[in-house]
Design a protein around this ligand. Structure first.
Ligand code: ADP
Ligand code: ZN
Length: 433
């Protein structure tokens, strides 16, 4: 089923016309209501009337995370507070939290976006939606909740944490779909196994996982561990929260709600737009938001766009999985390192689990990077020969991908703290010296 055929299956020409009309209205509204952005436009010498085609979006200045920080907390709100019905805030993975205000219309659009995503994953009114994203200022819980309510599913507002209780409810309430971060899904899968429950004994058939970067190997592990089909759902507080894009059953990129959020990919260094298919920084312009519209917002997320009709029937432009965020990118000994690269290496070894942590430090004026990773259950670290051999193999594989040496330390299964939300994969001690 398709939730909104008119928008999700529109032909290119129709969609572009919708986008242009909404873009023009957004730019005019922003110019009239947000003095900070109006000043940016004046400085760039662009007026709302200059936006005559979709390509003219390139005349408009970007909004960055620094702009949000400079206007903390509500300087970029365009609607008066009496029209703001909800405040959410970013989880604060990087830097100061960002405060976002929604009008009722914005809330409805957010629910609509997640409703499209859930429908894409084959979820409907007869299903029980088990929502284990954190509820509160973080957009995960309430966003998934709004979408599940919009499609008329039975909502279980679990929030995150208390994993044993999650498993109990999942069994007793016969949850059909799980919504949480991929790292928490893995934690739940582990708890299911520990409880002696076989995946096929659960009713669960799909999961919508997002809010943090994850790899195909992580997807495979979750699908196997819970006996489900795992979908990727993307979003960010500044744009709306989860639901900006979701992957359908074809598992070939995430369909962007492009009538609501207009995507561009730019080269993060030159800020020049890149063609469809080329990897760069994702930039979004909200087309209907009125509480806090975002024009050419630089997400810092790295991915590429895919066009053409999807086998599921939708025509909406898709985004690839997010390879990482430029914020996450570590520069170690002058080399760029993304945690997802390390994860890809770990996944190649059956002896290892995806419970890991990367430690970066500086010793004698030189950067060091160390990977701590857990062995699979049943393997012990006191077999010295086995451990030494594993260490050589893993360090070799890491060097191949990262181009720098990375030490490896193995831990027994169950040693590292488990994620209940966004996993913290990196500890960069260099900052604290
Ligand atoms: P932050 O994590 O910056 O404090 P948010 O809670 O709003 O703020 O999270 C949004 C960010 O989470 C996105 O910019 C992106 O980096 C990451 N994210 C969200 N969904 C996904 C996904 N499906 N895959 C990869 N990364 C994601
Ligand atoms: Zn599709």
């Amino acid at each position: 089923m398709i939730w909104n055929k008119e928008m999700e299956c529109a032909d290119r020409e129709t969609m572009r016309a919708v986008q242009l009309e909404r873009l023009q209205a957004t730019v005019k509204y922003e110019y009239e209501n947000v003095p900070y952005y109006a000043a940016k436009m004046d400085k760039a010498g662009v007026k709302p009337e200059d936006i005559q085609t979709l390509e003219d979006i390139q005349l408009l200045p970007f909004i960055t995370k620094e702009d949000l920080a400079a206007n903390y907390p509500t300087g970029l709100f365009a609607a008066p507070m009496k029209d703001i019905v909800r405040i959410q805030s970013s989880s604060g993975t990087t830097g100061k939290p960002k405060i976002v205000g929604y009008t009722q219309g914005d809330m409805d659009d957010w629910g609509e976006a997640v409703a499209r995503g859930l429908t894409m994953c084959g979820i409907g009114a007869n299903d029980v939606a088990h929502i284990s994203y954190g509820y509160g200022l973080f957009t995960g819980g309430l966003g998934a909740h709004a979408g599940a309510e919009a499609i008329g599913a039975t909502v279980l507002p679990m929030s995150s944490g208390n994993t044993a209780r999650q498993v109990m409810f999942m069994q007793d309430m016969k949850s059909d779909v799980l919504c949480c971060t991929p790292s928490y899904a893995l934690t739940i899968a582990e708890a299911v196994e520990k409880a002696g429950i076989k995946p096929e004994e659960l009713q669960l058939r799909a999961g919508l996982f997002g809010a943090e970067p994850w790899t195909q190997s992580m997807r495979d592990k979750i699908e196997k561990g819970l006996g489900i089909r795992a979908h990727d759902i993307y979003g960010l507080t500044e744009i709306t929260g989860p639901g900006t894009a979701t992957s359908c059953i074809e598992n070939n990129g995430m369909h962007i709600c492009e009538d609501l959020f207009y995507p561009e990919i730019v080269d993060p260094n030159t800020l020049k737009p890149l063609p469809v298919g080329e990897t760069g920084e994702l930039v979004f312009t909200t087309l209907c938001k009125r509480g806090m519209p975002m024009i050419r917002y630089r997400t810092r997320d790295i991915c590429y766009l895919m066009d053409g009709k999807c086998a599921c029937g939708r025509t909406s432009i898709r985004m690839s999985r997010v390879f990482g965020r430029t914020d996450d990118m570590l520069i170690v000994k002058g080399v760029n390192v993304f945690p997802s690269q390390v994860e890809t290496v770990i996944a190649k070894f059956e002896e290892l689990t995806l419970n890991y942590k990367i430690l970066v430090d500086r010793k004698h004026n030189s950067d060091t990077i160390e990977l701590m990773v857990e062995f699979a259950d049943g393997l012990e670290i006191d077999d010295i020969e086995f451990v030494e051999n594993m260490k050589r193999r893993v360090e070799h594989a890491l060097r191949d991908i990262l181009q720098i040496g990375c030490k490896v330390r193995f831990l027994n299964a169950g040693t590292l703290p488990r994620s209940e939300g966004k996993a913290v994969r990196v500890e960069d001690r260099r900052k604290y010296e």
